[in-house]
Design a binder for this molecule. Structure first.
Ligand SMILES: Nc1ncnc2c1ncn2[C@@H]1O[C@H](COP(=O)(O)OP(=O)(O)OP(=O)(O)O)[C@@H](O)[C@H]1O
Length: 150
């Protein structure tokens, strides 16, 4: 997910991606309560939950690998290795991960404004052309950073 629709919170550049205990994930997701599911993708369900990060409590999007997913350990570790080195204001930050027995869980900074898809196709208030232009510029900056590196 790109971060063209900016959130108000931001993860500090200096904060590294950290390993979370499974017990922390269970608390944050209230034992993977369905009421906290905010979406679902190729990796699995995504939950919204509060976690302790550094000295703060932050809202996280918590992606839990589904055993039926075509993605697996290779994609999980690749995501951690790649995203833990990258920080850019137009990319969603990976804040941590949890690997416990067969559980593979990724924690990202929560984006409160929804997805670009929501704004283009689902929400009632249409984006202005200026907003669309700024989204294109932000996405391009994020992509440029991914191509050229930190
Ligand atoms: N950081 C986030 N903040 C808020 N909501 C998120 C975040 N990440 C994912 N979501 C929600 O979960 C849904 C699924 O996201 P996910 O990234 O798993 O799937 P995707 O974007 O379809 O990508 P893919 O299927 O290629 O993994 C999104 O559409 C969005 O609603």
């Amino acid at each position: 997910m790109s971060r063209s629709l900016k959130s108000t919170s931001s993860i500090q550049r200096s904060q590294p991606c950290r390993r979370f205990e499974f017990s922390e994930i269970l608390i944050a997701t209230e034992n993977f309560d369905e009421s906290l599911v905010i979406g679902s993708g190729g990796f699995g369900k995504v939950y919204k939950g509060n976690v302790i990060y550094g000295s703060r409590i932050v809202v996280a999007a918590i992606k839990r690998l589904d055993s039926m997913s075509k993605q697996g350990a290779t994609e999980f570790w690749a995501e951690i290795h790649m995203l833990s080195m990258l920080r850019h204001c137009n990319l969603v930050s990976l804040i941590g991960y949890c690997n416990h027995e067969k559980e593979m869980i990724l924690l990202y900074e929560y984006m409160p404004n929804g997805t670009l898809d929501d704004h283009l196709h689902k929400l009632r208030s249409p984006l202005s052309w200026l907003q669309r232009l700024n989204i294109c510029i932000g996405a391009s900056r994020g992509l440029h950073y991914l191509h050229t590196g930190p």
